[in-house]
Design a protein around this ligand. Structure first.
Ligand code: DX5
Ligand code: ZN
Length: 220
């Protein structure tokens, strides 16, 4: 089996010590840096924008997994490619022409990601699944870190895993929101390939140890 990837979400980092926290992730056995972009429109919160992401990218040594929680994400595809995003996820609910958006992300040289809100059925991706490198299944309503995990997410991941298989696709399943050491194993058993984790890591007394622990649990 492939290694289950751990992607610490920098939304929960100490922004006064961002370089330190990015370097902590560099030194850890995490796999990706997860970067949450919020516009105050698609979600009721604003996180950080281009200058901050540029600073993160300058220090980060692992792939950048960028999660756009913004309306009309097509406007910024090129910008995120220039900033160094490796995976660019847009929300299904924010795209009128998802197929076109996915082609544009690919053409800009990035892996394609689609995030689903808790209410969005996985079947809506059946016609584009072969163009999607990663589906980000939200375990909470997007907008904030530190929320509690929605239990229906396990069922969604299982259904998505079956749908990916039956279509002969190679899409990775990422789960984002409310992921901790207590649900990591069940998420992996349900079919998750990538675990995003914010407050679990950054509110731990020893973030490096927290990353090691969740990676160990996930990889059993
Ligand atoms: C939520 C963000 C998540 C968030 C995860 O809108 O997309 O990536 O930072 O944080 P935790 O792990 O604290 O739920
Ligand atoms: Zn996220």
């Amino acid at each position: 089996m492939n290694k289950i990837k751990i992607a610490p979400s920098l939304l929960a980092a100490d922004f006064g010590n961002l370089q330190r926290d990015v370097e902590m992730v560099n030194q850890s056995n995490a796999d990706w840096h997860h970067i949450d972009v919020m516009d105050g429109m698609f979600v009721p919160n604003i996180s950080y924008g281009m200058p901050v992401i540029k600073a993160i990218a300058k220090h980060a040594t692992k792939p950048l997994d960028v999660h756009l929680m913004i309306v009309d994400p097509d406007r910024y595809i090129e910008t995120f490619a220039h900033l160094g995003a490796d995976v660019l996820s847009v929300h299904y609910e924010a795209c009128t022409h998802l197929h076109r958006t996915l082609q544009a992300i690919k053409a800009a040289g990035m892996k394609t990601g689609v995030a689903l809100n808790p209410h969005t059925n996985i079947s809506l991706l059946e016609d584009t699944i072969k163009d999607i490198d990663l589906v980000c299944v939200m375990g909470v309503n997007p907008g904030f870190g530190g929320q509690s995990f929605i239990e229906n997410t396990y069922r969604k991941i299982q259904a998505l895993r079956a749908m990916i298989r039956s279509n002969g696709a190679h899409t990775l399943i990422e789960v984002d929101g409310g992921v901790t050491d207590t649900n990591a194993k069940k998420l992996v058993d349900s079919g998750a390939d990538v675990l995003v984790t914010g407050s679990y890591v950054f509110s731990a007394p020893e973030p490096l140890a927290a990353i090691a622990r969740i990676s160990e649990i996930a990889n059993g």
